[in-house]
Design a binder for this molecule. Sequence first.
Ligand code: ZN
Ligand code: ZN
Length: 325
Amino acid sequence: MLQATVKSGFKEDVCVLITLPTQRWTYLCDCGYASALSIREIKNLQAIFISHTHIDHFCNFDTILRHQLPIGRKVLIFGPKGIARNVQAKFLAYNWENLTVDDKQVFYEIHELQREGYVKIYEIRSPAWELVEVGEEETDVIYQTDMFKVRFCLLKHGIDCAAYSFELHPTLNLKADLPYKRGQWIREVKNAYRLNQPNQILQLEEGTFKASELFPYLEENRGIKIGYVMDHAPTPENHAKVIQLLKGCDELYIEAYYKHEDLEMAIHNQHSTAKFSGELARKVGARRVFPIHFSRRYQTEEMIEEVVQECLDAFESEGEELIVG
Ligand SMILES: [Zn+2]
Ligand SMILES: [Zn+2]
């Protein structure tokens, strides 16, 4: 199970926490101010996924840093081109003369999403906080554990804005009508299936089998998929990219910055509208949509509720379709 929790209140800047119920590790999408984010959740962060560094998505990074200083391990930060310098600038904003280099301090590995499929990796450590280039990767999967993986695409919002897809690995179960005695071979046949090795020979109590002969007894359960899509211009190119990344996702967390009546402003500021975001979620085939990032022109809870409703109506209606490039 992969779980997303919105940590920012309706008047706060956006921040979503990703957790797995069986693990203490946490993962963060954006660092808008979020009063519901606890110190324990911050200390357990393994990776931070920044959509872009407009202030409303990055201003709370200082709080994260404040609580992570003594954790004594690496934390990963992902974000579009320029994120490494943006992170470094946060450190350079303070004096660190009381810090000595020891193994109790946090250090960061910054993965800069330079373009789709290409990531540059930097490291930054106390007390000098110099950026050191440590590698590059040509990959679409930017983060992976034994439970889930993360993919991304870059949307146009003036600057690049990264959209992320959190995908729980599918699980393999055995069908109930299994005619063989269970044993060590179950783990082996699952591995053979995952690694596409149908000719592997497996020893069962009943005899010797090729893995492919046992594959029919496996059942694949689709993993859960959560999408995080922040600021983007409502263009066919952006919409096509979101659909490609998040097709059939279970939950889509998406900006709904303006009401559709403010479309002119949305286009000028390269933002989506609630209606466009709802239509996009429908096009994606998302099971549920969560509009979560709103303009500060909508000041009251009632106004925000209207924006949310506009998004949900567009998601559920069969009306006008987005043009997808
Ligand atoms: Zn922005
Ligand atoms: Zn924003």
